[in-house]
Design a binder for this molecule. Structure first.
Ligand SMILES: [Cu+2]
Length: 301
């Protein structure tokens, strides 16, 4: 992306100057939030997003060249063939070379676009060897995250009121703070299975689980499972928003993802399991198993 580095520096500067995050000792870095004068894509935080940006850059070059070529032809035609300079139009109706050229060239261009495009589509489609699965469920109007491989506890992720945000998470921009984030360990491939709440007697609503910078945008649909994956190498708070117009509180169901170290994640899992009554009273158990994904293949495969 052109100017990405400059924008990145701008982003860091505005974050440090405006929010004072750097000085806050306990807070993880807040990354992946929009900032003033942002242009282009957010920085890429996952391998999928890096590839999305590369494909975008390739397409940008191709469409720019095509646009310039078409514009040049148009300008030439307007200047060279207007009525005063070209009073008797040519009667030519066929030109074999031209016809082959304008058929074959677009085909070649489409093939050049299709190869990396399909490659990326399949790359982002299914996780290879995920450590575990998180099931994302869209509700009216909040998100919940289920951790089937860690004992099946559920985290409900609801937006914080503006008052609570200022009190509890002032480093997070307005309308993006949630009470509880999805928590994942860094540098770990995680399968995301997305669906939407089935509401009795109602068609329910679709939502879009989209995190900028992760290159993931899963439309979640009642009664269906959609799959994707993320692997975030850097710790931090990351954000997204529902990207499918889903009803009156569509704008108030932000997505918060907290990426932590494996140790911290294990501790968090213990806490959640305890709170959910999944641990028997007694000595604390060992770290949660994170390599049992194969035992939990999604139902729709
Ligand atoms: Cu929604």
């Amino acid at each position: 992306m052109f100017g990405k580095r400059g924008l990145g520096i701008l982003g860091v500067l505005s974050a440090v100057a405006g929010l004072g995050i750097a000085s806050s000792a306990e807070a993880q870095p807040v990354v992946g939030v929009p900032h003033d004068w942002q242009m282009g894509f957010p920085p890429a935080y996952t391998p999928v997003m890096s590839r999305v940006e590369s494909l975008h850059d390739l397409l940008l070059v191709i469409i720019s060249l095509i646009s310039l070529f078409v514009a040049a032809l148009l300008i030439y035609a307007v200047l060279r063939f207007h009525a005063s300079r070209n009073p008797s139009p040519t009667q030519t109706t066929h030109n074999t070379f031209l016809e082959i050229a304008w058929t074959v060239t677009p085909i070649l261009i489409l093939v050049i676009i299709a190869i990396p495009s399909f490659r990326l589509l399949y790359y982002s489609d299914k996780a290879v060897d995920p450590a575990f699965t998180v099931k994302v469920v869209g509700h009216q109007w909040y998100w919940s995250y289920e951790y089937p491989d860690q004992g099946n506890f559920v985290v409900e992720s609801r937006i914080l009121s503006e008052e609570d945000r200022q009190k509890l998470k002032p480093q997070v921009p307005r309308l993006l703070a949630v009470g509880e984030e999805m928590v994942i360990p860094k540098g770990t491939t995680i399968r995301i299975i997305g669906t939407s709440e089935v509401i009795q007697g109602s068609p329910g609503s679709m939502h879009g689980w989209t995190v900028w910078g992760f290159g993931i945008k899963k439309t979640v649909i009642p009664g269906r499972l959609n799959e994707g994956w993320i692997n975030v190498p850097e710790e931090g708070y990351y954000f997204g928003q529902c990207s499918q117009i889903c009803g009156q509180n569509h704008s108030f169901m932000p997505i918060g993802v907290r990426v932590v170290s494996q140790d911290e994640f294990n501790k968090w899992v213990e806490q959640k399991k305890k709170a959910a009554g999944l641990l028997p009273d007694g000595p604390p158990q060992g770290p949660p198993k994170t390599d049992v994904a194969s035992a939990h293949s999604p139902a729709n495969r």
